[in-house]
Structure formats: C-alpha cells, structure tokens
Design a protein around this ligand. Structure first.
Ligand code: ZN
Length: 177
C-alpha cells in the first residue's frame, strides 16, 4: 500500500470529472487500498479518487472511531435524496477550512463494492452528507462552491499562500558544514 498525494484547492486538477470504472480488478482494488491508507493517515473520514489525481469514480469513507469500517463506493449513484440538513464541513483538499453547507439528510444509493458486487444502501445525517460531499468531488465540485464567491476568494488566497510556503524549501533542510 502507499500514501498518495492529496491535491489542494485551488489545484485545477480537482475540477476533473471522474469516469466510470469498467471493471473492479486488481488495479482498482489497489487504488482503493491506497486511498484508504491515505485517508486514515491524513486523517480524514472520506476521500474521492479525484483528490489523489485519479479520474475514476471511486470513493472511500470510514466514520468509525476505530477506523475499521471502511465503505468503498465504486461508480456510486444517488437514487433518492430528501430532507435538508446544515452541517459544518471540512475537506482534505481544503485544509483548515470549515464552513456550513446545506445538503439532503437522507439518501439512497447504488454502488459497487471492493469485491465488484453491486449493492444498494441508505444513509442519514453525517454519512449522507459525507457521501454527497465525496460524490461532488467525482464531478469536480468542492464544498467551497456552495459558499459566496467572496468567501471562496478569501479561502483561495489563504490556501495559495500556504501551498507556496509548503513548496518552498525550508531553510533548515540544508546541512551547512
Ligand atoms: Zn473533500
């Protein structure tokens, strides 16, 4: 398994639309395992393949405290959604930013699992919100898109600055003899 690099807003690659997975084979299973390891290490409760620069319709989620109940969604499709709920959301691709977003609080979903078998499930509250957030990623959409453009602009400036600082070599990284 491997830890993958998570793209940070406003990286334009986060806007790529993911394509359906044709077959859940070894390569997709390896991607799922790497995404789970990356998500657990971050740590986060959900990760979409587009966040690690893979344009495939794959999502992993784990809301458990013990991080031992992974939910893998391949080619997920929302069949029904209802209700409304406001929740403060964060995102591994928008580090340090938490904002309130309104989403459906109940959804019914169809997807394929890590074993390639199709299944249907229902989700409420945090799980429903998390799934909607991750499915947005597969469409190239981020939770900051629900905010005002002024707020999004402010977040973009803050993260651009932080991204630059992260890329710049640290002064202490060089050994001076
Ligand atoms: Zn996210």
């Amino acid at each position: 398994m491997a830890i993958l690099d998570i793209l940070s807003f406003p990286d334009p690659r986060l806007r790529n639309k993911a394509k359906p997975v044709a077959r859940v084979g070894d390569a997709v299973r390896r991607l799922i395992d790497d995404m789970l390891e990356t998500m657990y290490e971050a740590p986060g409760i959900g990760l979409a393949a587009t966040q690690v620069n893979v344009a495939k319709r794959v999502v992993v989620i784990d809301l458990s405290e013990e991080k031992n109940q992974p939910l893998c969604l391949v080619n997920p499709e929302i069949l029904e959604m209802d209700g409304a709920e406001q929740m403060e959301e964060g995102c591994l691709s928008v580090p340090g930013v938490y904002e309130t977003v309104t989403r459906a609080n109940h959804i019914r979903l169809r997807a394929f699992g890590r074993d390639g078998a199709p299944f249907e499930m229902e989700a409420d509250d945090l799980l429903a919100v998390c799934i909607q957030h991750e499915l947005d990623h597969l469409e190239g959409k981020l939770f900051v898109d629900y905010l005002s453009s002024l707020k999004r602009q402010r977040i973009r400036k803050k993260l651009e600055k932080e991204n630059r600082q992260r890329e710049a070599p640290e002064a202490g990284a060089y050994q001076v003899i």
